[in-house]
Design a protein around this ligand. Structure first.
Ligand code: SF4
Length: 697
């Protein structure tokens, strides 16, 4: 019908894609029709000079990637699977059905028959609530999320070295450093706006060395690029420690005052000479020496890294080797220095902070600590004995448990393990063997297809809450429009399930959940929605209402007391190329898409980047008789996919690379599920593969 003109409004919120944490204004068009019905639509995104992290800058995903909010594929009503088909259901019916099945399974098998996947895409408040649901209502510590696949080795490695597993310095310190070492990070594609600070620093003369098997855009612009063989990071890092120690470039006073274990490291790297490392990683020994010297001699040296370091079966040791370098040189606890893991998803830092991990409760408080369990039992109004002291299962262990019939049911909030986790076939079989699978999502993902009940969830534009970005900055997410269709925010779905299972939660809204987070989680002690709205974002630790937040960690000594050196011997990748599988396959991200593509591929970005390809070095292509755009079958010991090749010398010979965004070329059918024994992170960055030319399908 005829209605009034559209009103255009703006709502400041936080980008739902990467961990850089850009803020922008959602532009909302609203109109009431003659019947008094209001229509609302997100029509665009505008940046603003006063956004704390990004100012006016946004990357293509933030600027053009939000069409998924109103995409026709949005799930708008709950679905229950009946005779193998999804059938629409009312909320009452779907919640009652899920609650009753979960209750039955609990009664028959107990809490540890459940596995729960929280989400680095959901808000802090939702992750906290799902945690409470898992620990108190399902009665299990089996809760984890996709941080297991990206920075679980950082959380473990930096916690052991420094006492806190997070980025030590803020993004603004990139402008203050005088030497940048970037390892295993394709920053311009994975953290584009953060990378702008790096590019600006390089332009202004800050030396930058990039260590990466691929000549990424940043590597091409850096002062030096060290294209090491995939999986040889630890050899190179130990050789750098060797140079710094044998040439006396370490900071003796700093080591004496603030660290322990120096002798252990000295002994461990006696033999790890640059020449030894050259034979493993293929980088000239003099280049390794030069990089070590420049980092050690810098006034404010800084290290940035991502999944090239962490997604290895030696991921935790790789992280510790990086921490060793910072401890040797004292490049930590000061402006412009630090060990800076760039967190991937918009709220992966927050999901970890909120205890979406099997061994800790919110704020990294161990489940094994009786005092911690007592505190949470009091807050959550349950008996202390009902909170298990036994650490739960990781994602990989849950899926293995489902495979073996030990795990009977899973609840998955906004994750898509069929596409994101290694060895997809194994994941599908695991989900199919469950008695009962509940999924909460915006779309019918490849994971949701295996569910018994799907709850339609709201996007970031339809709810209130907070995300915590890579630099520990807690930022507001604000509701711009009413929920699309009959969808509900995850926090409400969890609350509805809790109530149906006989234990209603006491929260009015996300702000009241944050008030409880502040009570139970010391590093968030001074944070509230009210304060964030009034004062702007705050970096944790922010222990009290009058505390200004902590952009830099370890300024007055380490969180764990003394920084600890670790002896971390080099180990080759779990799977080596051989006669049958002669090449190395590595996976990563592209600028135009995000993770399993459920959001970015339902936006205008899909027009720009609609299909995936396999990067291959021209020498390898020649050997295989391949030309650009030829199609190949790419296989590993776990499966095969078909994909077109892209010949490029930005990759080292002997290695091929593609992203995991495209379900049509589902590379995680091929990747290796071998894990780091400490963090249980899979070795997604290296596995052996072969290529055969095929006709264009
Ligand atoms: Fe969003 Fe990351 Fe791009 Fe910023 S850099 S707009 S947070 S995807």
């Amino acid at each position: 019908g005829k209605g009034r003109a559209w009103d255009i409004g703006k709502v400041r919120t936080t980008c739902p894609y990467c961990g850089t944490g850009c803020n922008f204004d959602l532009e909302i068009a609203r109109r009431s029709d003659s019947k008094g019905q209001t229509r609302e639509e997100v029509i665009g995104v505008a940046s603003s000079i006063d956004a704390p992290v990004n100012g006016r800058a946004l990357c293509v995903k933030g600027r053009f990637g939000t069409d998924f909010i109103h995409h026709r594929d949005r799930l708008t009503t709950p679905l229950i699977k009946k005779d193998g088909q999804f059938v629409e259901a009312s909320w009452e019916e779907a919640i009652a059905f899920a609650a009753s099945r979960l209750g039955d399974i609990h009664a028959e098998y107990g809490g540890d028959a459940f596995g729960v996947l929280a989400s680095a895409k959901a808000t802090n408040e939702e992750n906290y609530l799902l945690n409470r649901f898992a620990r108190t209502i399902l009665g299990t510590n089996n809760i984890d999320h996709c941080a297991r696949l990206c920075h679980s080795s950082t959380v473990a490695g930096l916690a052991a070295s420094f006492g806190s597993g997070a980025m030590t310095n803020p993004i603004e310190d990139i402008a203050k450093t005088d030497f940048m070492l970037v390892i295993g990070s394709n920053t311009t594609e994975s953290h584009p706006v953060l990378a702008l600070s790096m590019l600006r620093a390089i332009r202004q003369g800050t030396p930058c060395v990039v260590i990466d098997p691929r000549k990424t855009e940043l590597a091409a612009l850096a002062h030096k690029h060290l294209p090491l063989k995939p999986g040889s990071d630890l050899a190179l890092l130990n050789a750098m420690a060797h140079v710094i120690i044998t040439e006396g470039l370490y900071k003796e006073d700093f080591i004496k005052t603030y660290t322990e274990g120096f002798e252990t490291l000295c002994e461990a790297v006696t033999e790890t000479t640059p020449e030894w490392a050259e034979s493993i990683c293929g980088i000239d020994a003099d280049l390794i020496r030069d990089t070590a010297r420049r980092y050690a001699r810098a006034q404010r040296g800084s290290i940035y890294y991502t999944m090239g370091v962490t997604q290895k079966h030696t991921g935790t040791h790789n992280v510790m080797a990086i921490a060793n370098l910072a401890l040797l040189t004292g490049h930590i606890g000061r402006e412009g220095t630090g060990v800076n893991p760039l967190r991937g998803q918009n709220n992966v830092q927050g999901a970890c902070d909120m205890g979406a991990l099997p061994n800790v409760l919110p704020g990294y408080q161990p489940v094994t600590d009786a005092g911690v369990r007592e505190k949470f039992a009091r807050t959550w109004d349950v008996k202390i004995d009902s909170l298990s002291e036994r650490p739960g299962l990781t994602v990989g262990e849950m899926l293995q448990g489902a495979h073996e019939g030990r795990l009977k049911s899973m609840l998955i909030m906004g994750e898509n393990p069929v596409v994101s986790d290694p060895d997809s076939q194994h994941v599908i079989e695991a989900l199919e063997r469950l008695d009962f699978l509940v999924v909460m999502d915006l779309f019918l993902t490849d994971t949701a297809r295996h569910a018994d009940v799907i709850f339609p969830a709201c996007s970031f534009a339809e709810k209130e809450g907070t995300f915590t970005n890579t630099e520990r900055r807690v930022q507001r997410v604000r509701q711009g429009i009413q929920p699309v269709g009959d969808s509900r925010p995850d926090w409400q779905i969890i609350g509805d399930l809790a109530a149906a299972m006989g234990s209603p939660f006491p929260y009015r809204d996300p702000a009241s959940i944050m008030d409880e987070i502040a009570e139970t989680t010391p590093s968030y002690g001074g944070i509230s929605h009210h304060r964030l709205d009034k004062e702007g974002p705050l970096c944790w630790p922010c222990p009290a209402k009058d505390h200004p937040g902590t952009p830099r960690l370890h300024m007055n000594g380490f969180v764990r007391g003394k920084g600890k050196f670790h002896a971390v011997p080099y180990l080759p990748p779990a799977e080596q190329p051989d006669d049958e599988y002669p090449l190395i396959l590595s996976t990563g991200r592209r600028l135009f898409h995000y993770h399993t593509g459920t959001m970015s591929r339902r936006s205008g970005l899909e027009e720009v980047y609609p299909e995936e390809h396999l990067e291959i070095h021209p020498d390898d292509a020649d050997d295989l008789g391949l030309k650009d755009h030829d199609w190949v079958r790419l296989s590993t010991r776990r499966g095969a996919i078909e994909i077109a090749v892209w010949m490029t010398d930005r990759i080292v010979a002997g290695m091929v690379f593609t992203s995991f965004h495209f379900v049509e070329a589902m590379v995680n059918k091929l990747t290796n599920a071998a894990t780091d024994p400490i963090a249980k992170i899979p070795e997604l960055k290296v596995c052996a593969c072969k290529i055969e030319k095929i006709d264009c399908p």
